[in-house]
Design a protein around this ligand. Structure first.
Ligand SMILES: [Zn+2]
Length: 293
């Protein structure tokens, strides 16, 4: 609970104190999906950062399952205002195409308070515009660059979403251009999202000493021969823990995993990461909320 306000003289000459009391949790990370691209037992990795001053959806997963996950998490599509898209791989961007398909008519009918802002690098904006124009009616596409705005980000660009102060950065992907971000939370904590690849040397300064590190872990190190994470430029839970330990992150959130061991994922991944990381490890399930503050 957060209380703010200021003492002010009342009309009667005495002193009254006008406070607004918010019962919202100050800051939450709501995991909508935690799996890698080909998962069928959980949804593709995407999440919602909810603060007292707003919210940011990060990626949309790979299809219209985003609607089910939002509904199950109690997040109405009508309350989305800002989406961050990390990159153009199917398991991250296609859910955003579905959201545009749904939100554009809502704006048209006056049931969505425009604009919707999609924050992404120019290639992702181009891909979204192109896919929408190839797949949807002119009526739906009429909202593009009008009430659905693409905020095309440069590497290192700062922007705000409600009470979150964000900086987008190029993660130096070996596969396809991808941006991660740093979010400074209202209480000053620093959350860093590395997208879905290991931390590149160029990005270590973002991670160093951060309060929350969101990092992919494709599988366990002990199962690397079964899932081949390195072929796909992914990490294991052990690798992620080693990196987080070396760069002195305070807390580590692991996601974008395989889905063959969901029942024991939390314990097994945490144990591996903890071999090199003494901070707190979170391995959330789909629809789990992590309290950030
Ligand atoms: Zn991915």
């Amino acid at each position: 609970m957060r209380i703010w306000g200021k003492a002010s003289p009342s009309h009667r000459g005495g002193v009254s104190v006008a406070f607004r009391i918010s019962h919202h949790k100050t800051m939450e990370l709501i995991m909508l999906g935690t799996g890698n691209a080909l998962c069928t037992r959980c949804y593709n990795t995407c999440f919602y950062l909810r603060s007292a001053g707003g919210g940011l959806l990060v990626d949309g997963g790979g299809g219209n399952g985003i609607f089910r996950q939002l509904r199950r998490a109690g997040i109405a599509v009508e309350q989305l205002r800002h989406i961050f898209v990390t990159h153009c791989h199917t398991d991250h961007i296609l859910g955003v195409v579905w959201l545009i398909r749904k939100i554009s008519p809502l704006i048209h009918k006056g049931r969505f308070a425009a604009p919707l802002t999609v924050h992404c690098h120019p290639e992702a904006a181009h891909a979204l515009r192109t896919m929408c124009r190839l797949m949807m009616s002119e009526k739906i596409c009429g909202a593009l660059d009008d009430t659905i705005i693409f905020h095309e980000l440069d590497d290192g660009e700062e922007f705000t979403v409600g009470d979150l102060a964000l900086t987008a950065f190029d993660i130096h992907s070996t596969k396809l251009k991808q941006y991660g971000f740093q979010a400074v939370l209202p209480d000053g904590q620093r959350l860093v999202c590395l997208g879905d690849e290991p931390c590149a040397a160029e990005c270590e300064h973002w991670v160093a000493g951060c309060d929350w590190l969101l990092c992919e872990a494709f599988c366990l190190w002990s199962e690397r021969q079964r899932f081949n994470p390195y072929e796909k430029h992914h990490s294991t839970a052990l690798d992620a823990g080693r990196m987080a330990g070396r760069l002195q992150a305070r807390r580590l959130v692991l996601y974008h995993t395989e889905d063959r061991r969901l029942a024991t994922r939390r314990t097994a991944y945490t144990a591996e990461a903890a071999q090199h990381f003494t901070g707190i490890v979170h391995v959330p399930d789909d629809l789990e909320t992590v309290e950030l503050a």
